[in-house]
Write a protein that binds this ligand. Sequence first.
Ligand code: ZN
Ligand code: ZN
Ligand code: FE
Length: 762
Amino acid sequence: MIKRKLLRVYGIVQGVGFRPYVYRIATSLGLRGFVRNDTLGVEIEIEGDEEKIETFKERLRSECPPAASIHRLVEEEIEARGDSNFLILESATGEERETLISPDLATCPDCLRELFDPGDRRFRYPFINCTNCGPRYTIIEDVPYDRPNTTMRKFEMCPECRAEYENPADRRFHAQPNACPVCGPEVWLVNREGEKIRFGDSIRAAARYILEGKIIALKGLGGFHIACDATNDDAVKRLRALKKRGDKPFALMAPDLETVERLCFLNDKERELLTSPRCSILLLEAREDAWKVISRDVAPRNRYIGFMLPYTPLHHLLLRETKRPLVMTSGNLRDEPIVKDNDVALEKLSGIADYFLLHNRDIATRIDDSVARVIDGKEVLIRRARGYVPAPLSLAFTSDKEILALGPMMKSTLCFLRGRRAFLSQYLGDNDIYDNYLYLLEIKERLEKLFGFNPELVVHDLHPDYPTTRLASEMGLPSLAVQHHEAHLASVLAEKGLVDAEVIGVAFDGTGYGRDGRIWGGEFFIGRVGNFERRAHIAYFPLPGGEKAIEEPWRIAFALLKEVLGEEALETPWAVKLRTNHNLEAVLRLAETEKLSPLTSSAGRLFDGVSSLLSIRHRITYEAQAAIELEMAADPKVTDSYEPRFMEDGEDLILDVKALIAEVYDNILRGTPVPMIAAKFHNWLATSVLKFAEFAREERGTDRVVLSGGAFQNRFLLERTLEMLRRKNFQVHFNEKVPTNDGGVSLGQAYTAALLLREGRL
Ligand code: ZN
Ligand code: ZN
Ligand code: FE
């Protein structure tokens, strides 16, 4: 019986070799009709024997190309038209937009083989790609994903490329960025004055400069990188000085997996992630002797190295020449968005880079490298960007309204929520820096255009002065403010698909505006999304000088010590040592007025204070440095803990900080080794979570614990907490798909709004 069916395929189905794959299945079954892209995804009309159409549908799902993913298939029977063959048609453009755009994909093994095959016409061609790999999100300017809607539009394909592009049997059939040395983009090398360097192969020349200790800015996939030889101390030091980078670790790119294996401890999951098409920077534990090879200046006092493997042909060619790990850090000025255009690079980065490796395939949208680590056998994202964005996260229910969440201020992301999907933007940096705020506006518009978003509700942070709070009020839409730490917890529930669960929620974080106007960050909740009750918190302590105290943890340490010892704090050995170059008396006076010394319950700030008390870090050069160095100092063999004490204050429980500091200080005086004290402090926090969880289980009968907030990036803390809770049979959830730091907050904001709407509470 001859039938004709209209199939609509939703999901990541454009730019991933989907149509050629449909074509191959259809023709192998002798079916007729057509396939085409539209703004909703892929549309197929298929005609032929009914049974064969069923087989076709089965194979469509079971043989799906690696980078594609079918989220939904809708079918409808239509009238047979008697077609004689199966065709791939031009894209249709429609009004409604739901196509999912593929994230960028690392060079596939087939392309890599051709890249280094002297007989191949793309031998050493830095823009080789196919339907299984190459740029996607970074070159798309509009949907549907077709060449005229990408930055490849200006390159006209040569006859050979065109033939591949049009041949359904070819790996490059409808590969939009398809190109070759005859017709495609090219690279060139310039000095910082912008003058071309001509001696043969630009990439070889760049590699030679790197090996000589020079610094190179190179245009990559989502923006510029700045590269130098990671084994050359002088080069790394010079890059640090020029980039005004302080001690913040640099990411490295290794030529191959074997190199990483020699320098770091790897498990199977880490090996799998390093070589996946997403190709994130993975934080790996360095082997002892790694630092004999890698400059210690790459990650001062850190036990981890952030490694990634080459993910574009250009990287492969460069690293094949250098044969050693390179620093591969974002090409930007401190804390600004990553640079994506040649002229801007020459203007902004000429004080840093000696040479520039440029190319003429424009970057439509900038995007940073993603950063991940493996915890508890799972991939946990620290920065969600290239390779993940703009693929959406699936939700457990369908929202009737479209929601836009504007995120917090630091490490910001946007989140569009529509139907059952949450679309998180790439990492957008801290939007107290104006250029980053402009970047946020740019990405907001871009996502609205690409996906046809039209939000009906806007969500923002509770903080009255964040730029995004003002933006929300200017949008003229109904709006909702969500408290920072409640949003952190909601982000975990969103990614785990938990809707109605009552949970015990603990947020250990740096900074977030609290419901009482104070700076929160050590919060213990019980409740459900949209209805969290703050039952306990770390006792408030002062931040003398506010923002200044974040940069200078010694101020916090001093304030903490003063809480315990009063004026005598001035005479402690710790204070005496600092005295000569720190104005302790001034800070003492500051600490007396709340206006100049805001109160906080932040776990992050407590880390800072303890770090300084242990003389690990008094001033920081990058965010969370004092806390990170305290983690690095902690001895993992120590299971001893300071005893957490919750004091009753009406309905609230207050986690006693004074008692903790008294014990820490006593240990310092007794000469207890720093690694022991650092570990006991971590264990104190973990034990406080356990104690609160046991209290909450007793009271409410729930045994589900949710952990979120930037402090849980601390592996020691997270693993200890998991261990303790699981031993007492708690079910524990923490962020994996979105960062536990502020990068995941926008998801929690949007999810909170969606749930409140669903329950008619908004
Ligand atoms: Zn490929
Ligand atoms: Zn060509
Ligand atoms: Fe936070």
